[in-house]
Ligand binder design. Structure first.
Ligand code: SF4
Ligand code: SF4
Length: 194
């Protein structure tokens, strides 16, 4: 009898607590900051292009071989608005085969790929799981905003910063050469006692 009353009280107590479940897909619970969803490509807004140079390292290291990509010469490198000689032309990840291991992120030296918060890209067709370059960049852009993402190595990978660094180095070299030239002229013009 007492046990029954205790049971009823426990049940009644839960009626006034906030539910921890949600009516998916109408309601979505927020994901944790450390959540690892599908991999996504990131966007360098300072050059209006992806960070990805198509170096293929992630593609070689992916344990399920679910990524493919193609690189091309970067026209923005030629006109001086980017420091990337090569840029990605196509990129595809077969999300059916991705095991969300994060190895592609760990091996990328260009801050070009991250495990996003996206986990809802289901579709009715098998080919629907193939995320192409625009899709991967869209997911990446959302992730950059949601996570307030900042690149680990901005000096090397953010176009504006890398170009400014390159320009500063070139100026320092130029100044150094001018100073050396001036010193040499001064020596040439100096009178030398016999
Ligand atoms: S998370 Fe792992 S399996 Fe998925 S694309 Fe990256 S390396 Fe491949
Ligand atoms: S994501 Fe990174 S490792 Fe993969 S191809 Fe692009 S630059 Fe290379």
């Amino acid at each position: 009898m007492i046990a029954g009353i205790r049971g009823m009280l426990t049940t009644l107590g839960w009626l006034f607590k906030r539910p921890v479940t949600a009516h998916y897909p109408d309601q979505h619970l927020p994901v944790q900051e450390r959540y690892m969803g599908f991999p996504a490509l990131l966007w360098d807004e300072t050059a209006e292009e992806p960070f990805c140079t198509g170096c293929m390292v992630c593609i070689r290291e992916c344990p399920t071989q679910c990524m493919t990509a193609q690189m091309m010469d970067n026209p923005k490198f030629t006109d001086g608005s980017s420091h990337r000689r090569k840029i990605i032309e196509t990129f595809e990840i077969n999300l059916n085969r991705c095991i969300l291991c994060g190895i592609c992120v760990d091996v990328c030296a260009f801050d070009a790929i991250e495990m996003s918060y996206e986990h809802e890209l289901a579709s009715y067709g098998r080919a629907g799981a193939r995320a192409d370059l625009p899709t991967l960049l869209d997911v990446g852009r959302n992730y950059q905003v949601e996570a307030s993402w900042v690149p680990e190595n901005a000096e090397k990978n953010v176009a504006r910063v890398a170009l400014a660094k390159k320009a500063a180095a070139a100026k320092a070299k130029d100044d150094g050469q001018k100073a050396e030239g001036g010193a040499a002229e001064g020596t040439d013009g100096a009178e030398v006692d016999a």
